[in-house]
Design a binder for this molecule. Structure first.
Ligand code: FES
Ligand code: FE
Length: 348
C-alpha cells in the first residue's frame, strides 16, 4: 500500500493507454461480476436486463429456487426468452413453446415431443449468484475476481436499506468517478446536502490497493437523510475495479452509513446503479423512507449533470484540466488505464 498522489497530483500527465475508454473495446471488462438487478425483482416471471451490451433473461424455475440467467435469445428463431414464462419449473419460449430446465438444457419441443432435440437447442447460460440482495452475473466463465466484499452486510449492529436500480444514460466510468469526486458535492448537490459557500476541501489520501483504490477524506455537508443541519462526512471509500464502490461514512455523532454502489455497464453509454445502504442506527432513529427519498433526490441531481456531459469518457489526463481536488479521479483513471492495457489486474 503506497500513497501515489501527493501535492503534485495535478501535474501527473504520463499516460500509456487509449484517449477515451470505450467499454466494448476491452474484453477484460467481461471477466468481472456485475449486479444485474435486485434479487426480489426476479420471480417465476422472466425479466430482461442488459449487461455489457448482452441481453440477459433472469428467472426462478420455482418461487424459492435460485435464479437462472441466460442470454435472452432463443436458439430456434431468436425470440427474446424474457417474453416467455415458467411452467413446471421450465422456462418456456413464447414463440414456439420450447422448454428448458434451470441449467438451460432443452426439455421439450412441443410440436414433436418424441423427436430428439437438435444440437445447439440449449440456452447459453451465464454465471450468476445471489448476494447482498442482488443478482450478480459474470459474462465470462473465468472471472478475474470475486464479488466485491461488503463486510457490514449481515454483521451485528448493521441494518440494511435496499434502494433501487438507478438508470443513467452515461458511461459506468462517469458514474463511478462522480461518486469519488468530493468537489462536485457543494455544487451539483446544492439542492440537497451541498452548499457552494462551503466548497473548500482538505486533501484526500489516496492509496492503490490490490482490489483497486482506497481514498480517505472529509466533505462538509448541509444535511443527511431526514435532517437539516450542517455536519461533516468523514469517508473511507473503496473502488473495487472496475466499477464497484464501497463508501463508508462516519458522522461526528458516531453514526456510520455505508453506501454499496454496484455500478453495472449496460452498454457503452448507459449504466445502472444498484444501491444498498447499511447503517448503524435503527428504523426508529431514521426511517428507511427518509433515506430512500434523500438518495433519489441526490441521484437525480447527479443524473442531470452526468447525462449532459459528452458521451465518451476521457481517460487520458491531457483531455481535461485537473486540480488538487481531483486526486481521486486521477487515480481512478490511472487504475482503469492499467487495467485495460493489461499492466494490472485486481485481486479480491
Ligand atoms: Fe423460441 Fe421458436 S423462437 S421456440
Ligand atoms: Fe453526486
Amino acid at each position: 500500500m503506497t500513497a501515489i498522489y501527493g501535492r503534485d497530483a495535478a501535474r501527473v500527465t504520463a499516460h500509456h493507454g487509449p484517449d477515451h475508454l470505450v467499454i466494448s473495446e476491452h474484453p477484460v471488462l467481461r471477466r468481472f461480476w456485475y449486479a444485474a438487478c435486485f434479487a426480489a425483482d426476479v420471480t417465476t416471471e422472466p425479466v430482461a436486463r442488459t449487461v455489457l451490451g448482452a441481453p440477459l433473461v433472469l428467472w426462478r424455475p420455482a418461487a424459492a429456487a435460485p435464479v437462472s440467467v441466460a442470454l435472452d435469445r432463443c436458439a430456434h428463431r431468436d425470440a427474446p426468452l424474457s417474453k416467455g414464462w415458467v411452467a413446471n419449473c421450465h422456462l418456456v419460449c413464447a414463440y414456439h413453446g420450447w422448454e428448458w430446465d434451470a441449467q438451460g438444457k432443452t426439455k421439450r419441443i412441443p410440436q414433436f415431443p418424441d423427436s430428439p432435440h437438435p444440437t445447439k437447442s440449449g440456452l447459453t447460460m451465464v454465471l450468476s449468484e445471489e448476494r447482498y440482495g442482488l443478482i450478480w452475473v459474470c459474462l465470462d466463465d473465468d472471472p478475474i475476481a470475486g464479488i466485491p466484499p461488503v463486510p457490514e452486510y449481515g454483521a451485528p449492529g448493521w441494518r440494511v436499506v435496499p434502494e433501487y436500480e438507478y438508470a443513467f444514460a452515461c458511461t459506468a466510468m462517469h458514474l463511478l468517478e462522480n461518486n469519488f469526486d468530493p468537489g462536485h458535492v457543494a455544487f451539483v448537490h446544492r439542492g440537497t446536502f451541498g452548499n457552494p459557500e462551503r466548497a473548500e476541501l482538505t486533501d484526500d489520501v489516496v492509496t492503490r490497493e490490490p482490489y483497486g483504490i482506497q481514498t480517505r477524506g472529509q466533505v462538509p455537508v448541509e444535511s443527511r437523510p431526514g435532517e437539516t443541519r450542517a455536519t461533516m462526512r468523514t469517508t473511507v471509500s473503496k473502488v473495487y475495479a472496475p466499477f464497484f464502490g464501497h463508501i463508508h461514512i462516519t458522522y461526528p455523532d458516531g453514526l456510520q452509513h455505508v453506501m454499496v454502489k454496484a455500478i453495472t455497464p449496460v452498454d457503452d453509454d448507459h449504466c445502472s446503479l444498484a444501491q444498498v445502504v447499511l447503517r448503524t442506527d435503527t428504523e426508529a432513529d431514521r426511517p428507511a423512507a427518509d433515506i430512500l427519498a434523500f438518495d433519489v433526490a441526490v441521484e437525480n441531481e447527479d443524473r442531470s449533470m452526468l447525462e449532459a456531459l459528452p458521451a465518451l469518457f476521457p481517460l487520458a489526463p491531457h483531455l481535461n484540466a485537473h486540480a488538487r481536488a481531483d486526486r481521486n479521479s486521477l487515480a481512478i483513471r490511472r487504475l482503469w488505464t492499467d487495467l485495460v492495457t493489461g499492466r494490472w489486474l485486481p485481486s479480491y
